[in-house]
Design a protein around this ligand. Structure first.
Ligand code: 13P
Length: 249
C-alpha cells in the first residue's frame, strides 16, 4: 500500500519571518499519520523552515536545485547545501521553471539524477498545456517527459521518487482537472513506469495530482487508484491546507 504524500509548493511566496508564522499556524492542522506532509519553500527560507518544523510531522523540501556539485553557477543551490540542513525533498521541473527559466526535459533528468545521488527525493513534475490537451496528445507528451526524466535512473531509485502530474492549464487557474482526467493521466504515468522498470516499481512509485487542488476537490481526487496525493500551490498557504491533508477524515 502506497502512503499518500501531500506537498505544498509555496512558490515565490512568504518571507522568512512569514514562513515561521505560517508553519506555526499550520503545524497543528496538518497532522495525519496516513500522509507524508511536505512544505516546499523558497530557498532563502529553508533553514528557518527546518527550525520551525522541528518536532512536527512536516518535512521541508526545496523548490529547485542545480545539477552540479559546486562551482561558478551564480544564484544556484547545490544538492549538498540542501542535505547539509536536512532537506529531504526537492521539486524538479515545475512547469513554471520550464516556462520562465528555460528548464528542459534534459536538465530535469540531470537534476533528478543528482538529487537521487544525494539521497534527496525528487518530486518530478510533468504536465500538458491546454493546446496539447485539445490536440489529443496529452498522454504521448507526458510519456515523453517521463521517459527523459528517468533516463539512467535505476529501478530501485525510481521506486523512491515522486511524480507530480500538473496539467498546466489547471495551475493557478481555479480550473481543476476532473477526477477522471487526473486519474487517466496518473494511470498512464504508472503504466509508463511499468514499461520502463516493471510492475514492482510501478506499484511503489507515488504519483501526485497538482493544479488548483482545494479542500473541496482533494477528497475525490486522492481516493483515485493511481493518485497518491497532491502538489498544492495556492491552497497550501492557507489553513485550508490542513483540510487537504486530512482529506480522509
Ligand atoms: P495551484 O494549486 O495554485 O494551482 O498550483 C499548483 C502547482 O503548481 C503546485 O506545484
Amino acid at each position: 500500500m502506497r502512503k499518500k504524500i501531500i506537498a505544498g509548493n509555496w512558490k515565490m511566496n512568504k518571507t522568512p519571518s512569514e514562513t515561521v508564522k505560517l508553519i506555526e499556524e499550520l503545524k497543528p492542522l496538518v497532522k495525519n499519520d496516513d500522509v507524508d506532509v511536505v512544505f516546499c519553500v523558497p530557498a532563502i527560507s529553508l533553514t528557518t523552515a527546518m527550525e520551525a518544523a522541528k518536532g512536527s510531522n512536516i518535512c521541508i523540501g526545496a523548490e529547485n536545485m542545480f545539477y552540479e556539485e559546486s562551482g561558478a553557477y551564480t544564484g544556484e543551490i547545490a544538492p549538498n547545501m540542501l542535505t547539509d540542513i536536512g532537506v529531504k525533498y526537492v521539486i524538479i521541473g515545475h512547469s513554471e521553471r520550464r516556462e520562465y527559466f528555460a528548464e528542459s526535459d534534459v536538465t530535469v533528468n540531470k537534476k533528478v539524477l543528482k538529487a537521487l545521488e544525494h539521497g534527496i527525493t525528487p518530486i518530478i513534475c510533468c504536465g500538458e498545456s491546454l493546446t496539447q490537451r485539445e490536440q489529443g496528445i496529452t498522454i504521448d507528451w507526458i510519456r515523453q517527459q517521463i521517459k527523459i526524466a528517468f533516463l539512467n535512473v535505476t529501478a530501485e531509485q525510481a521506486a523512491t521518487t515522486v511524480i507530480a502530474y500538473e496539467p498546466i492549464w489547471a495551475i493557478g487557474t481555479g480550473k481543476v482537472a476532473t477526477t477522471e482526467q487526473a486519474q487517466e493521466v496518473c494511470a498512464a504515468i504508472r503504466e509508463c513506469i511499468g514499461e520502463l522498470y516493471g510492475e514492482a516499481t510501478a506499484e511503489a512509485i507515488r504519483i501526485q495530482y497538482g493544479g488548483s487542488v482545494t479542500a473541496a476537490s482533494a477528497p475525490e481526487l486522492f481516493v483515485q487508484p493511481d493518485i497518491d496525493g497532491g502538489l498544492v500551490g495556492g491552497a497550501s498557504l492557507k489553513p485550508d491546507f490542513g483540510k487537504i491533508v486530512n482529506y480522509n477524515k
